[in-house]
Design a protein around this ligand. Sequence first.
Ligand code: HEC
Length: 296
Amino acid sequence: MRKVLLTSFFFVAWLLIFGGMVWAEGEEAKKAEETPKFEYVGEAKCKVCHKDQHASWLETKHAKAYDVLSAEEKKKLLSAIADHLVSKGLAGDIAFDLVGEVYTLTHEEPWTPLRSAREFSVLLNATGRMDKAGLGVAICMGDRKKCLEEANAVIQEYRRTITKYLRWVTEKSGRLEQMENIYVVRGDGFIDEKVLSPVCTILSTTLTRLGKPIIAYATISGEAQVKVSSRGSESLIQKGLNLGEIMQLAAENFSGRGGGHDIAAGAQVPIKNVDSFIKLVNNLVKKQLAGEQIGG
Ligand code: HEC
């Protein structure tokens, strides 16, 4: 279960990164301040003028390049990516986090995000997080055409939103605060709590390799509460980290509530207690990683 969960977190992150080219750009943004910025525009831009070419391209294998590779070719591609990662001093096995089972919904039109169960879930996730849950339900009930167009726009908006927040975090040093045992992102007043958790997931995929979990929070509009999201990594869990336990214990200490999985957990606490809450979390992480029991 944990493996599946971990893989799916990485997958969502990967889809987002791939879809929006977000993270790399955020990191490069600082370096590229003087030089003009180039962005990956994607096929949608080309379609505007090259409508016929786009339609015929969709029918070619290039439109689904990875999907149509043979098992042998996929293996070759992945081991090349693994070699490349190793040559950059990274763990080569990350490459294998990029692949998994694919479920094709054969009654759906090809070239729509509904064809692949994974993309379908990305669509539903995006509509839910962007306050368009009704649209997601309509699509599940069978509405297509206009609804699908609208949903595609929502996915793009969702990716743009996440890109914006990731940029915000990386654009100024100090927004990603490093404490003794955790990373903290204080997104109150800026990050929308509805997308806090995917933002936290994406940040964690790079950061937790450095050996600390990440805790991010954002204000819940209209309430004197913050939403907290936390992510760990497989190696931290092996060292004893259990964020679900930490979130629950720390939140209850400030009359909030929290919980979740060992690798990914959340909480809700009063704004006025957030600093003490973070300090407590920092402490509890230290205890768990030192092998101490923190619960009762
Ligand atoms: C604003 C309209 C517009 C957009 C957007 C646009 N193109 Fe073009 N593209 C043109 C025009 C006009 C030509 C020149 C056609 C000609 O030579 O008669 C052209 C030519 C090309 C050619 C050369 C075709 C040939 O026969 O030599 C390629 C390849 C191409 N575009 C690819 C793309 C791609 C890929 C994108 C998206 C990233 C894109 N274009 C976006 C208008 C556009």
